[in-house]
Design a protein around this ligand. Structure first.
Ligand code: 5CA
Length: 439
């Protein structure tokens, strides 16, 4: 992509309405624009990152044996009346009446709809277990939408649903998703700590939130400091026992959100110097709620002896759009965003220090063509701008590798390669610079 024709409306000044860094940077880097309170349009740069995050989530769900579907955003109120949640959900639900006077709603979550799909299509215990997910926009009319995409009203969520024959099998599905979550966040360069959490309006008695420690986070957290530095590199799949061991390990230390916090247990289990009380961002939430929906909605399968068995369910959410903000909270510096390679909107940026100069233009065009030919996303700053402005913009948008091409270096066949994360610079030949960013 050539920056001269790219739709990238960056801002020089910090927007007044943004209270936290990720929100400021998303606006300044031209990633999103607010459409109305808590509702955002994603511009090209923002959408690239959103899609990258979404793709990691998708790959890890697929790897866990979860199958992708796509349910609509608009649902019928009747299903929610069956589960008993239509009235209970309160003002957070956006209720809509269609032209035939039918009550509809913009889905805040999909337990009812997926249970309906299941009960109409699955008959036998032999078809279990089933794990299904979709990545779809949700709407929750939050009282206080804030911090940009962190607490939006419309937001992108990955939600999975498991169907099992009994409690033990449902627990296996829960454990598998637990490991999938550790792997998913790891790929984004994040440490998301699983914490015992309240199940709220989704229900059930077993639930974990995955939380990234951040002073600007909205969740109040209490945990063992050993957890803040934990390493999830051994969170891998294996047989059921192996997976259970991993879950046991990552839940062995005290880690709870405020609703589940018990000061007395905290003090008993965690030595004083290791007691962390702070804040975090909830990037995922998983629930086991057994037969809460399947019983009311009559989702049963025929068991081995011919009797009807009410299926056991769980649901598993990841805040895809929130993650974009959360990653920026974790990865930024004074100059702007510092994208981890796995989610970066472009892998490489080329800065032409003197657009219009034949040697610079030729070298940049050559690098640009070769990087594109290697199927690597590259952003070429070919604008007629001052070098300082180009450096500032490339740092602001956080592209991980920068190739800086100027007339002086080119005289001796050299370009500069800068790593955004460390600020390290190397002077290399064009060939060596290419192989550095392509490797
Ligand atoms: N049905 C269940 C799991 S599939 C569910 O809805 N869970 S949830 O309510 O915890 O939401 C899942 C995730 O969506 C949360 O962990 C959070 O990361 C994200 N999320 C929730 N509300 C918002 C919001 N208002 N703005 C942005 N992300 C949100």
């Amino acid at each position: 992509m050539r920056l001269s024709s790219y739709f990238l409306p960056t801002l020089k000044e910090d927007p007044a309405e943004a209270q936290i860094m990720s929100h400021r940077l998303m606006l300044r880097a031209g990633m999103v624009r607010q459409a109305s309170a808590g509702i955002y349009s994603w511009l090209p740069m923002g959408l690239r990152v959103l899609r990258n995050v979404e793709q990691i989530v998708r790959e890890e769900q697929n790897e866990a044996g979860c199958q992708e579907i796509l349910m609509p955003t608009i649902q019928s109120a009747d299903l929610w009346r069956e589960s008993g949640r239509y009235d209970g959900y309160g003002q957070e639900m956006l209720r809509i009446v269609d032209r035939h006077d039918r009550d509809m709603l913009y889905g805040p979550t999909n337990e009812e709809l997926i249970t309906d799909i299941f009960r109409n299509s699955v008959r036998s215990y032999r078809d279990l277990p089933k794990l299904l997910y979709h990545i779809q926009w949700k709407f929750r009319d939050e009282v206080r939408p804030r911090f940009g995409v962190m607490r939006g009203r419309e937001f992108l969520m990955k939600d999975s649903y498991s169907f099992d024959l009994d409690h033990a099998a449902a627990r296996r599905s829960y454990n598998k998703m637990f490991v999938a979550y550790l792997r998913t966040y790891r790929r984004m360069g994040l440490k998301a700590i699983p914490m015992q959490a309240d199940a709220g309006p989704i229900g059930g008695d077993l639930s974990h939130e995955f939380i990234i420690q951040a002073d600007t986070g909205e969740s109040e957290i209490y945990c063992d400091t050993d957890f803040l530095n934990f390493d999830t590199s051994n969170a891998e799949y294996g047989d059921d026992k192996h997976i259970k061991n991993i879950v046991d390990y990552y839940t062995s230390l005290y880690a709870r959100t405020d609703e589940k916090h018990e000061q007395e247990v905290f003090e008993r289990e965690v030595p004083e110097i290791r007691r962390y009380v702070g804040r975090g961002i909830e990037v995922g939430h998983i629930f086991y709620f057994g037969t809460k929906y399947s019983e009311k909605m009559n989702a049963t399968v025929t068991g081995p002896d011919g009797s009807d068995i009410v299926v056991e369910m769980g649901s598993y959410g990841i805040g895809v759009s929130r993650l974009v903000g959360a990653i920026i909270e974790a990865y930024h510096d004074d100059a702007g965003i510092v994208w981890p390679d796995s989610v970066a909107p472009f892998a490489v940026g080329i800065i032409n220090l003197r657009s219009g100069d034949t040697a610079c233009d030729t070298a940049c065009e050559d690098l640009y063509a070769k990087i594109q030919a290697a199927s690597i996303d590259v952003l070429y700053d070919d604008r007629d701008e001052r070098a300082g402005a180009k450096f500032a913009d490339m740092d602001l948008i956080g592209v991980p590798w920068q190739l800086i091409v100027g007339p002086r270096g080119l005289k001796s066949g050299i370009v500069e390669v800068k790593r955004r994360a460390t600020g390290e610079r190397e002077e290399l030949s064009l060939e060596a610079a290419l192989s550095r960013v392509l490797s």
